[in-house]
Design a protein around this ligand. Structure first.
Ligand SMILES: Cc1cc2nc3c(=O)[nH]c(=O)nc-3n(C[C@H](O)[C@H](O)[C@H](O)COP(=O)(O)OP(=O)(O)OC[C@H]3O[C@@H](n4cnc5c(N)ncnc54)[C@H](O)[C@@H]3O)c2cc1C
Length: 901
């Protein structure tokens, strides 16, 4: 590729420019469009599958659901987790708007776990309040969002440019007026003129080097290389808390979260090699990470996520979440080592360091409307400094940024967006294309590896002044090496630009860590040479910004008076921000200019040209027929890619095309088609043509295909009871499971009961649940038989289902007896089933169940007791349960009693 002239460029314009199409960026774009702005969304990957959400999310980490927690609880909790250094006004936004966001996502089609009363089933993981809300189908959340972006009303206002990567925000008169970047596929230079700019480029995940040594094997989505941190810095915005790193617990040798958040509410916990529990359930914080690191480094290491003690059904449920979301290859990883949650606890480790507001606190300084210190420039999501904001906070701040930017953008009424500054455009052009001038210069992987190894050596905690000093010197020296990197293709140019962002972030991290002369946030800012927390000097935000002369300047900003007092912290008297003595400026080493080397054509290595053709085709919004040749290609890779492209484009007639692919000769293509049909089920038309197209696949030799077709037929309400009843005789239990679900959708209690003696435990559990859901009193007979099943989990499900059939005698007495069963799952099921029994049969046994050692049993009992609150014995028991050690039990008891009044 040759260096294009700076004047040869694609010029775009919009009211609101959103950079980064992940969690915060998509929400910002949707909201800005809903507020009437013309929106341009630039994403360096592809919006449908980019960013932290793309691999799926197992749940919301921080949902403040009314009745389960209060915004004040949450704000206090985050203040503690962040050692007092928070602008509570920002955290309060997430606390008060998170619930409306959960509802909005639900309207879009995202599913959240509900309890038997249809209420959000939040789990308790933290010291106070319950904030973790599981998402049973969290693997599809990004796809759901993408579908919303593609709805006609939004599509008309939002132009998406995939594979376009801005490198600098443009400013004029101190205001953000656009951005400049390039197309990572064609190499074309791109400028954008905008009324407001929203940065939503995620964390700086590629700062430290993972223990594996793989550049992209990071905890964070590896396309997030700190682009937004660097862009905000160069635009003159303040960044804050950059010394407060992100470090997370990991599965050892695997870049996926260990997921204690998921496993702990199921009964998992962390142990050392001696089998001793050493981390109490607590807010995810630097203190917790310090405990984890200490234990790993001690004679008691290594450490494990303990799961082997859990019952098989629980582990199957856990696998259903952990092996499909966030890092869906977890199952493959464990299997590769011959490990299974039933036989091996999971060895844990800690991740490389990164910068991330979402999991920690380091980010671009924003106010409660996502405004940065540069007018017209907003930041939302992981790159914004709103501590522990996670996914729901990214959505909330994306929404706030979209709304505020729309209302306050520069518009034609006030003279329109300013002319773009040509000298900044020329500097960005040089930054992007200089590697083409010396294509044989050091390649990006080599330079990036070296840079990030230095980050590990000199910046990762424990930090010391001596090490950080070397870091500052090293990163200044590396500016020259980075300027000499070589590239030949647009893709390589992207990687080279990313290295410049990583270097900027590394310098900010080292200098901030040097400047805050104390230890705080546990492991995140552990200064081994200054081990004490020093509130007198450092109960302040440490902000940094780029001065006009290019030097990095630090500002001590007082913590704003708290909205919610937190006893442990005293906020100093309000005062003005103080500029600290300038940190030593980085030597601005000019890159030696070299003669331009002969341009070489870009080459695509190791990929079938058919795949590239298909990619290009997908960008043009093709009709379904145009995919035909690719779906018939001899190479299954191409056919699979065609299925993926069909799912992305969703042309008219997509259902029939995917249905035909269910008959493909290659299993991976058939499965891709089955997954695609499930993914698109909400947008497929429920017509006879679709039913007829799917019908042949019911006879497929592939059980996964048969199961998927039944699932889709049920969801579209296209399957008759006879179709599902026939499938009860299938040889594969996964197909029979779908058959039961289909019959439940038809309220066909008789049909469901036919499967009560199925050989598979999972099917019998589904039968019990199904009979309870249908609620036909005649189901009491089959349920009575299932209550005698040899398997605990089937018995538990059958007892629970009694609640749906009025728990008639003599089954009420059987359920009361089951409250003494040795298996806690059976006792829980019995407590739930008794909710529908007569007060005489249920109130006494349920009141006694409040003394059960297992909290799930007590929780089920207290919920059921609310139905009998008019019975004095039940009211007394509810009163007593207000003193239960578990917060959920107490909350249900309170609610049971208050509803009585
Ligand atoms: C492994 C993992 C597990 C998690 N689990 C949970 C959980 O269970 N619950 C929870 O609440 N939260 C969880 N989180 C946190 C949550 O996912 C994030 O806080 C949130 O998704 C961040 O959103 P974002 O928009 O800031 O970043 P992202 O969603 O990552 O989006 C950033 C986007 O910007 C694009 N981009 C980057 N640079 C550029 C550029 N220069 N030009 C154009 N585009 C660019 C990227 O390609 C990406 O699409 C998890 C995060 C990770 C990494």
């Amino acid at each position: 590729m040759e260096v294009p002239p700076v004047t040869e460029r694609r010029e775009l314009s919009c009211d609101v420019l959103v950079i980064g199409g992940g969690t915060a960026g998509t929400m910002a774009a949707i909201t800005a469009a809903e507020h009437g702005s013309s929106v341009l969304l630039l994403e360096k990957a592809h919006v449908r599958h980019s960013g932290a959400l793309a691999m799926g999310m197992d749940g919301v980490n921080n949902a403040v659901i009314p009745g389960k927690a209060t915004p004040e609880d949450y704000v206090a909790e985050i203040t503690r987790a962040n050692d007092g250094i928070v602008d509570q006004r920002t955290v309060h936004q997430t606390a008060t708007r998170g619930f409306a966001m959960v509802k909005r996502l639900e309207r879009y089609g995202v599913k959240f776990e509900k309890d038997e009363h249809g209420e959000y089933a939040v789990r308790r993981v933290h010291r106070s309040g319950s904030y973790v809300l599981p998402m049973p189908e969290g693997k599809d959340v990004k796809k759901v969002l993408y579908r919303v972006l593609r709805q006609r009303s939004i599509r008309e206002k939002v132009q998406i440019e995939n594979r376009v990567m801005p490198v600098r925000v443009l400013t004029s008169g101190g205001r953000a007026v656009g951005a400049v970047g390039f197309d990572t596929r064609s190499g074309e230079f791109v400028t954008v003129s905008a009324g407001a700019v929203i940065l939503a480029t995620g964390a700086c995940g590629r700062l430290g080097l993972p223990a594996s040594g793989y550049l992209y094997g990071t905890y964070e989505n590896p396309t997030n290389a700190g682009d937004g941190y660097a862009m905000a810095y160069h635009a003159g915005a303040e960044l804050s808390g950059i010394e407060c790193f992100q470090i997370n617990p990991l599965i050892k040798d695997y870049n996926g979260p260990a997921c204690a958040y998921v496993a702990n509410p199921f009964g998992g916990y962390q142990v050392n090699a001696e089998g001793t529990r050493f981390v109490d359930c607590d807010y995810w914080s630097g203190q917790m990470m310090a405990e984890v690191k200490r234990e790993i480094d001690s004679a008691r290491g290594p450490i494990y996520l303990k799961l082997t003690h859990l019952p098989d059904e629980t582990l199957t449920a856990l696998e259903g979440i952990l092996h499909t979301t966030e890092r869906p290859t977890r199952g493959t990883f464990h299997a590769g080592r011959g490990h299974d949650y039933r036989t091996h606890d999971v060895e844990m480790h800690i991740s490389e360091i990164g910068l991330c507001g979402g999991h920690s606190a380091s980010g671009v300084w924003v106010d409660e409307n996502a405004r940065t210190t540069v007018p017209g420039l907003y930041a939302a999501g992981d790159l914004a400094c709103v501590p522990h904001n996670y996914m729901i906070g990214a959505f909330v701040f994306g929404d706030l940024a979209g709304a505020h930017a729309s209302a306050h953008r520069a518009s034609s009424r006030d003279g329109g967006p300013a002319a773009l500054p040509e000298e900044q455009i020329a500097a960005a052009h040089e930054l992007v294309y200089r590697p083409l001038r010396h294509p044989d210069g050091p390649p990006q992987p080599q330079v990036e590896y070296k840079l990030r190894r230095f980050v590990n050596d000199y910046v990762a905690p424990p930090k010391t002044q001596a090490r950080l000093g070397i870091a500052v010197e090293t990163f200044a020296r590396m500016e020259t090496e980075i300027a000499e990197m070589g590239a030949r293709t647009p893709h390589e140019l992207m990687r080279c630009a990313e290295v410049t962002f990583i270097r900027d972030c590394a310098e900010m991290a080292a200098r901030s860590s040097l400047t805050r002369t104390e230890s705080r946030w546990g492991l995140y800012h552990d200064r081994a040479d200054l081990p004490e927390r020093d509130d007198a000097s450092w109960m302040y935000h440490l902000n940094l910004r780029r001065r006009g002369d290019g030097a990095m300047e630090f500002v001590k900003r007082p913590v704003q008076p708290y909205l919610v007092p937190v006893a442990e912290f005293t906020v100093p008297e309000p005062g003005e921000p103080v500029v600290l003595a300038p940190a030593p400026a980085t030597a601005p080493a000019a890159a030696p200019s070299r003669p331009a080397a002969a341009a070489r054509p870009a080459m695509a290595v190791g990929r079938s040209p058919r795949l590239l053709e298909l990619q290009e085709l997908a960008e043009t919004g093709p009709a379904v027929g145009e995919f035909g040749p690719y779906l018939a290609d001899p190479d299954p890779k191409v056919r699979r890619a065609a299925v993926a492209a069909l799912t992305e484009v969703v042309p008219d007639g997509v259902a029939a095309a995917l249905a035909a692919a269910l008959a493909d000769g290659h299993g991976s293509v058939r499965r891709a088609a089955a997954t695609a049909l499930r993914e698109l089920v909400e947008v497929l038309p429920a017509t006879d043509r679709v039913r007829d197209a799917l019908a042949p696949a019911l006879g497929s030799g592939d059980a996964l295909v048969r199961a998927a077709v039944l699932d889709v037929l049920r969801a579209l309400r296209l399957g008759s009871p006879a179709v599902f009843a026939d499938a009860l005789g299938d040889a594969d239990h996964r197909v029979r499971l779908q058959a039961v679900r289909g019959l439940v959708a038809h309220d066909a209690a008789d049909g469901i009961a036919r499967a009560a003696a199925d050989a598979s435990r999972e099917v019998r559990v589904a039968v019990a649940h199904g009979l309870g859901t249908v609620g036909d009193p005649a189901a009491a007979g089959p349920l009575g038989r299932l209550i005698e099943d040899a398997d605990d989990l089937v018995r538990a499900a059958a007892l629970e289902a009694l609640a749906g059939v009025a728990c008639p005698p003599p089954l009420d007495a059987v359920a009361a007896g089951a409250l003494h069963d040795p298996a806690w799952q059976v006792r829980t099921g019995a407590a739930r089933g008794l909710a529908a029994a007569s007060p005489g049969a249920a109130a006494g046994p349920l009141a006694k169940a409040l003394d059960d050692p297992h909290l799930d049993v007590r929780k089920a009992a207290v919920i059921s007791l609310a139905a009998f609150r008019d019975v004095p014995e039940a009211a007394d028991a509810l009163d007593r349960a207000q003193g239960d050690p578990d917060a959920d039990v107490r909350a249900y008891a309170r609610r049971g009693l208050s509803e009585a009044r």
